[in-house]
Ligand binder design. Structure first.
Ligand SMILES: *Cc1c(COP(=O)(O)O)cnc(C)c1O
Length: 215
């Protein structure tokens, strides 16, 4: 069964990761019905947004610098990789200026590689305990995001997704019990989307499987 069908069966959302591909390729997918696209660079996101239909929901899936939030705040639907309170504050500030609410996910470091961004459980719990994030109504925390290790060891990948699932449940209980917006687990890419769905992903970020290999 193809990934689109499986994603639909799980009531998850396909985020078509279109980074490096030209707008014409996105438009082809748009014409086939795709409405949610993910980019990882601010400049590319802005320029594609300018030339493509405005009912596209744009997701920023990459690391985001605070000083660039202002460029995407007017239109971005979701920011997947929030990893500091300062970034959340800036998203709130810029979204407020545009009279918008921007959905945000807290990024967690679940992989073995050292280089990836994201919170540990302790760091996130400390932030949520100590910082006044509830006073930022225009930056709405809607769940968690993570990337598994780059490995052929599928059992390892599954354990990492399970860990993100536990983090989600624990955060939900501890900080978001009365909050229906806190519902998302952004996990799974071209190589591990099937495992991610089995482990409860609600947002699957797939690039090369849709668009072909990037250079
Ligand atoms: C590029 C990217 C993806 C998609 O990767 P593919 O392997 O091409 O599916 C998913 N998530 C993030 C954060 C990315 O940067």
């Amino acid at each position: 069964m193809d990934f689109q069908t499986r994603i639909a069966q799980h009531n998850a959302t396909l985020v078509a990761v279109s980074k490096t591909y030209p707008p014409e390729r996105l438009l082809e997918e748009y014409q086939r019905g795709q409405r949610v696209f993910g980019e990882n660079k601010v400049q590319e996101l802005v320029s594609k947004h300018e030339v493509l239909p405005n009912d596209i929901q744009w997701h920023m899936i990459g690391h985001l610098q605070r000083n660039k939030v202002k460029y995407i705040a007017p239109f971005v639907a979701m920011i997947h990789a929030v990893d500091s309170f300062a970034l959340l504050q800036e998203i709130d500030r810029q979204a407020f200026k545009c009279n918008r609410v921007v959905d945000c996910l807290l990024q967690f470091h679940i992989a073995q590689e050292e280089t990836k961004f994201g919170y540990s459980w302790d760091e996130a719990a400390e932030m949520l305990d100590e910082q006044p994030w509830r006073t930022l109504p225009n930056a709405r925390i809607c769940g968690v995001m993570g990337m598994a290790s780059f490995t052929d060891d599928r059992a390892q990948v599954r354990r990492e997704f399970q860990e993100l699932g536990r983090i989600f449940e624990q955060l939900k209980q501890t900080f978001f019990a009365q909050d229906d917006h806190f519902q998302h687990r952004s996990m799974g890419m071209s190589g591990d989307w099937d495992i991610a769905l089995e482990e409860g992903s609600t947002l699957v970020r797939i690039g090369s499987l849709i668009f072909g290999r990037r250079n």
